[in-house]
Every structure is written in C-alpha cells, then in structure tokens.
Design a binder for this molecule. Structure first.
Ligand SMILES: [Zn+2]
Length: 353
C-alpha cells in the first residue's frame, strides 16, 4: 500500500435521513461530466445508494447513529473516485471501478471459478496487463473494507466517513450490469450508448430516492467472494438489458423514429442528442421527449432491473460497513464528532492491488 495523498474538499454538516435531503444533496452535486468510460450509476445513483445504505444498518447500533447523522457527507462523497479517475487522472484508478468478468469465461459461474482469489495468482495466470485491463473492482472493495476497518480502530471521524463513502462508490459500481461485461457499452453489438442510457439517463429520469427499499444489512464472511458474486449477478443481467434496447429500437423504428448507434459512451449526456443532461438533480422525464417510443419500451423492462440493483447496492454496502465495524470489535462511534468543514479525503492509492 502506497502513501495516502490528500485533497481538501468542502462538505456540509449532515442533516438527518430525509429523502428531500437526499434530493437536495443530489441537486448540489449533480454536475454533468464527460468521461471516457463508465461513470456508473451517474452521480444520481451513487448518491441514492450511499444514502439508502445508512438505513440498512441495525438501528440500535452506534454505527447506524453515527452514519445516520452524517448521511449527507456519505452521499456528497459517493462519486469521489470518479473524480480521481476523470478529473485528477490518478494513475491506475480506472480499473478500480469495474471487472469485465466474462473476459475470464462464461457463464459468470465459470468466470468466478476461473479467477484466482489473490491478485498475484491472477496476474501469474492471465498476465498483469490483462488483469489490469479487465478491471479490479472486487479487490478494490476488499481493500477499502480493510481500510475502513482500520479507520474504525482509530477515532478520526473524518477518516471513517471518507473511507465509508469511497467504499460505497466501488460497491455501487460492482452492481452496475455494464461494469461487469466486456461489451460494456454495447460497442460489440451495435448498441453504443446503452451504458449511459441504462445507468444514468433512465435512473435519473425514473427513479427517486423514496423508491429505494433495500433489505437490512447482514455481516459478510468473505467480502471478496461477495463482491465477485455481485459482479456475477450484474453480468447475468446484461443480456436482458441489451435485448430491451433491441426491442425498444424495433418499436421506435416502426413508429418512424429509428434510434441510431449513438457513438461512444458519453456519461452526463443525453445519448440521443449528445446535449448535457439537466443539472438540477431532480428526476425528470426530459430525456424521454427525444424518443418516447424507445423509452417506453426500454424503461418498462429495465427500470425494475435498475431499481433492484440500486437496492442490492445499498443493502450490500450496509453489509460491508457492518462487517468492517464488527471486524474491529464493534467500537462505540457515538462519541465521535461530525466531520470538519474541510475534510481530508484519501485519494485513491495508485499502488492498490
Ligand atoms: Zn466509478
């Protein structure tokens, strides 16, 4: 593990758990951005997942109370790793956000069997460059769980909350179907733009914070194996979403509004018009106006999938937080103060493996 770098960020003090608070935080932090690959859930989905995870924790615990009091912080920093990758260009950050599991075989069960547990063994089996290029979100989740547990051994609330928020980002990324597939933007099947259409435009347009109803958190016995299983579940959903896109295109074509192969992935942009998505953060149906026939069919099939993955994301993030907390002997977090106005957030470790 290399040295921690730091950046200074501004944060608000955390109000209580309220959906309107989540929406307000979403509005504050939804700046549209152009990224070369995989923003994942857009900022909206990441805010939803980190926020909703707080509600999955056993309510009587000091963990739930401390995280509940700082929910806005956890939401506000839910996309920091994307900024490390896209704005700060931290070397080696890109692969932390995904794993193209089908690069190791199909179906997903076989890929999971084929992939060694240890990174060094995977490098020896497949070659370092291949493993790096196919993504390492599973090891990244495991690493940040350990970091969070380490932070909980101390009493620095800033570090605990920062690690928890960052961990949340990677957990949510593992739940994005197109973060688990070689065909990550439909580029291999003539369906480019599918990534952002599903995880960003459709989520932003059709899902509100109150729609999330995640299951209670459960302690995990093996975080790495769990993370890989989440990616496997993600991969298994991609054929349905790709098929929904095909069916929606057929409907749109029959209605005289054919959908083109919309070019490389442009998150933060309407994939039909390439105009920036609205920045107000409030869910709207603006994008549907560009091709309502397409969206009606596409969202009817894929919105339930997105909502299920966001729910799973929140529940599993709560589970990872709970696991880290229990690993350190369930320390009493009730005495910790709220984060300071300028909280140091550890920047991604370029040496993380
Ligand atoms: Zn990401």
């Amino acid at each position: 593990m290399g040295p921690l770098l730091y950046k200074r960020v501004f944060t608000e003090k955390g109000p209580k758990i309220l959906n309107k608070t989540i929406a307000a935080v979403a509005a504050l932090f939804l700046a549209a951005g152009l990224t070369p690959r995989a923003s994942a859930w857009g900022k909206t989905g990441h805010i939803y997942a980190n926020s909703a995870a707080v509600g999955t924790l056993p309510p009587e615990t000091s963990l739930a109370k401390f995280f509940g009091a700082n929910q806005a912080f956890l939401a506000a920093h839910s996309s920091d790793p994307d900024a490390w990758r896209d704005k700060q260009h931290v070397p080696g950050e890109g692969p932390h956000h995904f794993i193209d599991l089908d690069a190791y075989g199909t179906p997903s069960d076989f890929a999971l069997l084929n992939l060694p547990v240890k990174r060094a063994d995977a490098d020896a089996k497949f070659g370092h460059d291949l493993v790096e290029s196919k993504g390492t979100v599973d090891w990244t989740i495991d690493l940040w769980t350990s970091r969070l547990a380490g932070a909980m051994k101390g009493s620095d609330p800033d570090l605990i909350l920062a690690d928890a928020a960052i961990l949340g980002h990677y957990v949510a990324d593992a739940h994005v179907p197109f973060h688990s597939a070689v065909n990550y933007d439909g580029q291999l099947s003539g369906q480019r733009g599918i990534h952002a259409r599903f995880e960003e435009e459709m989520v932003h347009s059709t899902i509100k914070p109150a729609d999330l109803t995640p299951d209670p958190a459960q302690p995990l016995t093996d975080v790495l194996a769990s993370a890989r299983a989440w990616s496997g579940q993600s991969l298994d959903l991609t054929p349905t979403i790709l098929q929904a896109d095909i069916e929606a295109r057929v409907q749109a074509t029959q209605a005289g509004k054919a959908v083109p192969d919309t070019g490389p992935l442009l998150t933060g942009f309407n994939t039909f018009t390439h105009k920036p998505l609205p920045k107000d953060g409030s869910p709207s149906s603006d994008y549907y106006q560009d091709n309502p026939v397409y969206w009606k069919t596409f969202s009817a099939i894929t919105r339930p999938i997105a909502l299920a993955r966001l729910n799973a994301s929140a529940s599993h993030l709560g589970s990872v937080w709970l696991t880290a907390w229990q690993r350190t002997g369930s320390p009493d977090l009730s005495k910790l103060r709220a984060p300071t106005a300028n909280v140091p957030i550890p920047v991604a470790d370029p040496d993380a493996k």
